[in-house]
Design a protein around this ligand. Structure first.
Ligand SMILES: Cc1cc2nc3c(=O)[nH]c(=O)nc-3n(C[C@H](O)[C@H](O)[C@H](O)COP(=O)(O)OP(=O)(O)OC[C@H]3O[C@@H](n4cnc5c(N)ncnc54)[C@H](O)[C@@H]3O)c2cc1C
Length: 453
């Protein structure tokens, strides 16, 4: 292959396919590489928060959510013991934000087709085996093994976007990221199952570990069950976990559908990671998607972060008249890494902070009772979860307020709870401190930011 591309994208997943679909209509020459272009059946990325839906529309790609039985999501429901309530994404009739529950594989095929229909995109099916680097350390493209012929070719491009997902081979060269497994999600599909709150995401807090569900088509509900620890559970451990820690807390209207799904034993298990972004600047290459940054999927924030990154990187690249100036490309990559920190800090902090809170009985109860108060106690936190509110001061304000609210409630119950209350505040600090250190910068918090749309 002697062709010179503007961009070579490694991995046509959520990130790679979306940036190709965003940039290709502007005539940018793109090589889009993936090991396989057939439809995948995965349990990841099935709930798009309103922030993701909004950003997709802003990139002119909102129509790609239509035509495959995706379901509008209007808000979230929280269920704990005998109490339950829902919070809408919209405070009043003036906004119409909504999320979408969907089959990730079907949506990805739409994104890919939208990219590949452009004559400026070349589809390459096979494996990217290594980056091509010149003697000055500049990345000039990628070595590629063609799936059909087995031939190894060199794909040359001015910019190589590495979006090869959470098992990325290339992040080692382009970052100092440290990846950590925080827990696993066990995925089940419940067929024709009524939900306590139709067209809502549900978070169940009664059991020892949280679980979630939301519709992914008009006839299917995805159930994702957390399994703590860093070792993937085997089938017997899964069955025991479902029987002891999940089944007793499933609402009556879902019980028969849950039993049927468990009986089918069609469990899918995926690791949940936390990985703060620590990119290393390298001319000619940039990281995007899970290859760069990951958070716990409890809040469904992954694709919100990815679409935001795609829009930031894409807009910087589109502001150039062409891809001839390598120094300018490098400058644009640097600006993307800087801008994305602020844009994604809330999504990243909330996901892992909430997972920490859910694993602590006192804090879990405090957050439930705090949000139950309604008004801004519920609306501001859900606007952050929705990916619509990027103001980190609001997130920190509510995190601190939850800990104080929980402590006050404990002491109100009995003064002898004072040490317990202090312990809870200490636990909250232990959860937020490393996240704030990883994700916040002074400029990001106090600089200009995009508030609630
Ligand atoms: C259990 C779970 C549930 C989740 N649920 C949600 C959710 O509800 N909402 C949400 O917003 N986020 C969710 N996420 C996160 C979200 O799914 C991910 O952030 C997103 O899918 C990552 O997209 P990506 O493009 O970076 O990677 P991927 O979508 O994994 O794409 C990577 C692509 O690269 C290709 N590839 C890899 N290596 C090579 C190679 N060497 N050569 C060629 N091709 C290669 C792969 O084939 C793949 O197509 C969830 C995550 C998990 C783990």
């Amino acid at each position: 292959m002697n062709e010179q591309f503007d961009i070579c994208v490694i991995g046509a997943g959520m990130a790679g396919a979306t940036i190709a679909a965003y940039l290709a209509p502007k005539g940018i020459k793109i090589a889009l590489i993936d090991r396989g272009f057939s439809e995948k059946n995965r349990i990841v990325g099935e709930l798009l928060q309103p922030g993701a839906v909004e950003t997709l529309s802003e990139m002119g790609l909102g129509h790609l959510l239509n035509g495959f039985d995706g379901q509008d999501i209007h808000g979230y429901a929280l269920l704990q013991d005998q109490e339950q309530f829902s919070i809408p994404y919209n405070k009043d009739h003036r906004t119409h934000f909504h999320g979408v529950g969907l089959h990730n594989g079907r949506f990805l095929q739409q994104l890919r087709a939208s990219a590949l229909k452009n004559p400026s995109v070349t589809k390459l099916e096979g494996i990217a085996t290594g980056l091509i680097e010149n003697q000055n350390g500049v990345i000039q493209g990628v070595k590629f093994k063609d799936k059909a012929t087995g031939e190894i070719n060199e794909i040359k491009a001015k910019l190589t976007i590495t979006s090869d997902g959470f098992f990325s081979h290339f992040r080692k060269k382009l970052s100092k990221n440290e990846k950590r497994v925080t827990s696993f999600f066990i995925g089940l599909v419940l067929k024709n199952c009524p939900l306590p709150y139709p067209n809502h995401g549900h978070v169940f807090l009664s059991g020892p570990t949280p679980f979630l569900c939301y519709p992914i088509s008009s006839t299917e509900v995805r159930l994702l069950i957390d399994f703590p620890g860093d070792k993937a559970p085997k089938r017997p451990a899964i069955k025991e976990h479902l029987k002891n820690n999940v089944e007793p807390y499933i609402p009556d209207c879902m019980k028969a559908h849950f039993a049927e799904a468990v009986g089918e034993e069609n469990f899918k298990v995926m690791p949940n990671h936390y990985m703060a972004a620590r990119p290393v600047l390298k001319e000619g290459a940039v990281l995007l998607g899970d290859a760069l940054n990951m958070r716990h999927p409890l809040t469904g924030g992954g694709i919100t972060a990815i679409f935001s990154d795609v829009k930031i990187l894409g807009s910087h690249l589109l502001s150039m008249s062409d891809f001839s100036d390598t120094e300018l490309i490098h400058k644009k990559v640097r600006m993307y890494y800087k801008d994305r920190r602020h844009a994604n800090a809330n999504v990243n902090i909330l996901a892992n902070a909430l997972y920490g809170v859910m694993s602590n009985d006192l804090l879990k109860n405090a957050v439930f009772q705090y949000i139950k108060q309604g008004g801004n106690y519920a609306f501001e936190p859900i606007s952050i979860l929705a990916g619509l509110n990027k103001d980190q001061k609001i997130l920190i304000k509510h995190f601190v307020a939850v800990a104080l609210f929980g402590a006050k409630s404990l002491i109100k119950e009995s003064v002898s709870n004072f040490p317990k209350a202090m312990g809870m505040i200490w636990d909250a600090l232990k959860i937020i401190k490393p996240l704030a250190k990883n994700e916040l910068t002074i400029a990001a918090v106090f600089g200009p930011h995009h508030n609630l749309k």
